[in-house]
Design a protein around this ligand. Structure first.
Ligand code: P5A
Length: 442
């Protein structure tokens, strides 16, 4: 992409409404635009990051055996009356009436709708296990939407729903999602810690929140320091091996970890004082087992091997991709701007042409651009006529992992300057060496 033809509305001033760094940087880097309280457009740079994050989520959901669908945002109130949640959900639910006076709602979550899909088609235990997920906008009329996309009213969610014959099967499904979540957040460049959590309006008796530690996090959390050093399972982990899944979950749930709602002082005191970490955290994912809470009232039953009818045992599993972007920025930035992990960076590298219009600078920049594209590093070429200082500041702000500067002096000695955004380290390299170095990580 050439910056001269791109839409990157950077802000020079710090927006007054932004209380936390991720909100400030997303506004300043031209990633999002607020349209109403807690409702945002994703601008081109933000949309690129969102797509990268969603693709990582999708790959790990698919790897774990979940199957993608897409359900609508608007739901019929009648479905929610069947589960009893239409009245229970309260003011967070946006209720809508259509021209025929039918009650509709903008979905805050999809347990009822997916249970309806399941009961319409699945009859036998032989079709289980089944896990259906989608990535779709949700609406929750939060009292205090704040911190940008961190706590929006309209926000994107990946929500998965598992169906099994009995608790044992449901527990195995829960474990698979647990492991998929560890991998997903690690691939987004984050250290996430699974913590025992309250179930709130989703319900059930078994639940973990996946928390990213950050000073600006909304939750107070308590955990063992061992979590900071634990290794996340590799891509070769076998999601069909229930015993392997269970042992990974056991390892990741043995040291103490709980959010403040579930915090147990007596248990906490068993952790030696130097090993205790009490901090603030951002909830990027939340998984639930709730058994027959929806399948029983909604008649989602299958014939079991015993020939009898069984209400299926269910769980649901959420990740907030829009919140995840904010969490990544909270965890990875400096005074000059965002520092994207390579896996979610909107472009792989920025090329700064110091003197557009100069034949040498133009041809070197174009050549580098083509070489990067061929090597699979999606480049952003700054071919604008801004001052050098403004160009460097803009590149730092948008946080691409690498910056390659092409200027007349370097060309004279056959080199470009390569800067690593994270370490700040600079080196002079031939264009070929620069492409090789940067393509290695792509
Ligand atoms: C699980 C999937 C559920 O809704 N039903 C379907 C279950 N869980 S949850 O914890 O309420 O939400 C799942 C994840 O969505 C993100 N999230 C938000 N992101 C931005 N703004 C919000 N207001 C918001 N609310 C929830 C979080 O990442 C949460 O873990």
């Amino acid at each position: 992409m050439r910056l001269s033809r791109y839409f990157l509305p950077l802000l020079k001033e710090n927006p007054k409404e932004a209380e936390i760094v991720s909100h400030r940087l997303m506004l300043r880097a031209g990633m999002i635009r607020q349209q109403a309280a807690g409702i945002y457009s994703m601008l081109p740079l933000g949309k690129r990051v969102l797509d990268k994050v969603c693709n990582i989520i999708r790959e790990e959901q698919n790897r774990s055996g979940a199957i993608e669908i897409l359900m609508p945002t608007i739901q019929s109130a009648d479905l929610w009356r069947e589960s009893g949640r239409y009245d229970d959900y309260g003011k967070e639910m946006l209720r809508i009436t259509d021209r025929h006076e039918r009650d509709l709602l903008y979905g805050p979550t999809n347990e009822e709708m997916v249970t309806d899909i399941f009961r319409s088609y699945v009859r036998s235990y032989k079709d289980l296990p089944l896990n259906l997920y989608h990535i779709q906008w949700k609406f929750r009329d939060e009292i205090r939407p704040r911190f940008g996309v961190m706590r929006g009213r309209e926000f994107l969610m990946k929500d998965a729903y598992s169906f099994d014959l009995d608790f044992e099967g449901a527990r195995a499904a829960y474990n698979r999602m647990f492991v998929a979540y560890l991998r997903t957040f690690e691939r987004c460049g984050l250290k996430s810690i699974p913590m025992r959590a309250d179930t709130g309006p989703i319900g059930g008796d078994l639940s973990h929140e996946f928390i990213v530690l950050a000073d600006t996090g909304e939750s107070e959390v308590f955990c063992h320091r061992d979590y900071l050093e634990m290794d996340v399972p590799g891509a070769d982990v076998d999601f069909t091996d229930d015993a392997q899944m269970a042992s990974i979950v056991e390892k990741w749930t043995t040291p103490y970890a709980a959010t403040d709602e579930m915090h147990d002082e007596a248990e906490w005191e068993k952790t030696p004082i130097p090993e205790r970490l009490s901090a603030r955290g951002i909830e990027v994912g939340h998984i639930f087992h709730f058994g027959t809470k929806y399948s029983e009232p909604m008649g989602a039953v299958v014939t079991g091997p015993d020939g009898k009818q069984h209400a299926v045992s269910m769980g649901s599993y959420g990740i907030g991709p829009t919140r995840l972007i904010a969490a990544i920025i909270e965890a990875s930035h400096d005074d000059n701007g965002i520092i994207w992990p390579e896996s979610v960076a909107p472009f792989g590298a920025g090329i700064i042409n110091m003197k557009p219009g100069d034949a040498g600078c133009d041809s070197w920049s174009d050549d580098l651009y083509a070489k990067f594209a061929a090597a699979g590093v999606d480049p952003l070429l700054d071919d604008t006529h801004e001052r050098a200082g403004a160009k460097f500041a803009a590149m730092d702000l948008i946080g691409l992992p690498w910056q390659v500067t092409v200027g007349p002096r370097g060309i004279g000695s056959g080199v470009v300057e390569v800067k690593n955004r994270k370490s700040g380290e600079k080196q002079e390299l031939s264009p070929e060496a620069a492409v090789n170095l940067i393509a290695k990580g792509a």
